[in-house]
Design a protein around this ligand. Structure first.
Ligand code: SAM
Length: 287
């Protein structure tokens, strides 16, 4: 059983009557060197004595088995019921693995930590389903759970949006929110030929290392995160107009202008040029 060749995967699929689901973003990695590099990159940033890995979307277990050879414990969350019997076969040699058959977006991460990872330091490693990349990343970062790092494969364009900085064309609410929680960097690109079926796009592997101390300390974190969404809600509009359309039911335009002035920001700036420190000053002014 070779999980890293088109023939090996086709044999496994035939045996289980499996076909790829577009709905679940199923593009499986077939390049063993790339899979190894992702697992190595994840393990490099793992700390602690007992190391565990949380994987989202194991597919047929190609990355899972490499992770299992490095980590003490691997837990993988897979939504597609049809993959569960396949994973039972491909992961049978790895007693330190277990698969949780669930939609990751519905998983209570705090509970998962208590039940599965007690006494372990946890890293996240995944070739993410591209249709919910941002939701998964925000769920992980906002969970309050402590991760050593998140090594994630995403679409190249999504990667650019995730690690962009103020003033750049791709900078948006997701990059601002990510930069509040973690230091994000791109590790390498992966060409479409490394997947089966072959996607239309190039992919990138990112590493996110959550901050122990966040770069800014807003008075009200919930309001700060809302402010990020508000500032970026209307691209290419002025900050005042973006905030006005977001908060119209709560504040008059004059009050919003006063908040912006109190934060020491020019109301004619575009929301997408604001740094984290300015977003914090703005949300503090609302307080
Ligand atoms: N890790 C495998 C690999 O690299 O070959 C598969 C990666 S594939 C891009 C994405 C995987 O995520 C698929 O196995 C898919 O079924 C699974 N998936 C999609 N949506 C999911 C969700 N909401 N929760 C958990 N798994 C999901």
């Amino acid at each position: 059983m070779n999980l890293y060749t088109p023939t090996g995967i086709a044999e496994l699929m035939n045996e289980f009557g499996f076909s790829f689901s577009k709905k679940y973003g199923q593009n499986f990695l077939i390049n063993e060197a790339v899979v190894q590099k992702i697992a190595d990159s994840s393990f490099e940033s793992a700390k602690g004595e007992k190391k565990a890995c949380l994987e989202i979307g194991p597919g047929i277990g190609s990355l899972t088995s490499k992770l299992a050879q490095k980590y003490d414990l691997v837990r993988s969350v897979e939504i597609d019921d049809r993959l569960i019997p396949i994973l039972a076969k491909t992961l049978a040699p790895y007693e330190n693995t277990a698969v949780i058959n669930s939609d990751f977006l519905q998983v209570d991460l705090k509970k998962l930590f208590e039940e599965q990872f007690s006494g372990y330091s946890v890293s996240v490693c995944a070739n993410l389903p591209y249709y919910i990349t941002s939701q998964i990343i925000m769920q992980l970062l906002e969970s309050g759970c402590r991760f050593d790092s998140l090594v994630l494969m995403v679409q190249k364009e999504a990667a650019q949006r995730l690690i962009s900085s103020p003033g750049k064309a791709e900078y948006g609410s997701i990059a601002a929110a990510v930069s509040y929680y973690a230091k994000a960097s791109k590790l390498f690109d992966v060409q479409a030929g490394s997947f089966m079926p072959r996607p239309n796009v190039t992919s990138s592997v990112l590493r996110l290392v959550p901050y122990e101390t966040k770069p800014v300390t807003p008075k009200n974190e919930e309001l700060f995160l809302k402010m990020i969404r508000a500032a970026f809600s209307q691209r290419r509009k002025t900050l005042l107009n973006s905030l006005n359309s977001f908060f119209s039911s709560e504040y008059s335009k004059d009050r919003l202008e006063a908040f912006i002035a109190a934060a020491g920001i020019d109301p004619q700036r575009r929301g997408e040029t604001l740094t984290l420190a300015e977003l914090k000053a703005l949300s503090d002014a609302f307080e």
